[in-house]
Design a protein around this ligand. Sequence first.
Ligand code: PAF
Length: 297
Amino acid sequence: MATKRAAAKRPARPRLATVRRIEDVRRTVAAWRARGQRVAFVPTMGALHEGHLSLVQRARASADRVVASIFVNPLQFGPGEDYRRYPRALAGDRALLAAGRVDLLWMPEVKDLYPEGERTRVRVTGLGDVLEGASRPGHFEGVATVVLKLLNVVMPDDLWLGQKDAQQARLVEQMCRDVLLPVRVHRSATVRERDGLAFSSRNAYLDGDHRAQAVALSRGLRAAEQALVAGERSPARVRAAVRRVWRAYPMVREDYVAVVDADSLRPVRTIEGRVLVAVAARVGPARLIDNFEWEPR
Ligand code: PAF
């Protein structure tokens, strides 16, 4: 009896409905819409961290209902990349999404999104073949294709993406505009560990020494920002500021350090408008990216 009473007093655990099938997502969202509710969507590949949680919080504040998806999309991984070993942490992910008061978790399987015989690919010209796209050919075709499929099922009012993947966010914004999808694409600020390292599912690959060296990315970016604030307008000298910091981190292997127009993602000759300062580097087993946007006043 006493046990029953104690159980009755325990606060109810938030419930998280989880579905796999496309029809179930469509039916649930249609019922919300019929009641006039606004729907926000947070697509993920799982292995959730503080960055995802901040997206969920922003989504929660922007709408009546929040849908999240977990799908490790094979199409956006190149040959030899980490598709097979990409971290998968379902129990923890579900608990975090429930605590974040997500209403519906959608977990499609590969055959749901890529049924036999499907052939269509989405390419956002100009934005998908620079920076990450140059280093990872085909990556953004995979991202754009899966995001369009996910959006066609959920049909949200608001889509939430992270600034950490600035190029992805820019490309998805452009794609939604180009194919006339009535969705508002929002970016949520990068969330960082105490020492500045941007939260990323791939940080799970970092062991002690590599973890310590990974801070080079945010420290390099901080040096770039200080140079900009001090009046530097030469992209070459801003890039040099990052590389000067990286000299103290021998395990950091540069992939790129770029200063590009924040909209077109093309290199700039001099810094006059809004720019994206973006870096990518391999630190031991992990390939990491980070960035910030900046505009002269
Ligand atoms: O940023 C991610 O986690 C993925 O690229 C996304 C947007 C879920 C598409 O697979």
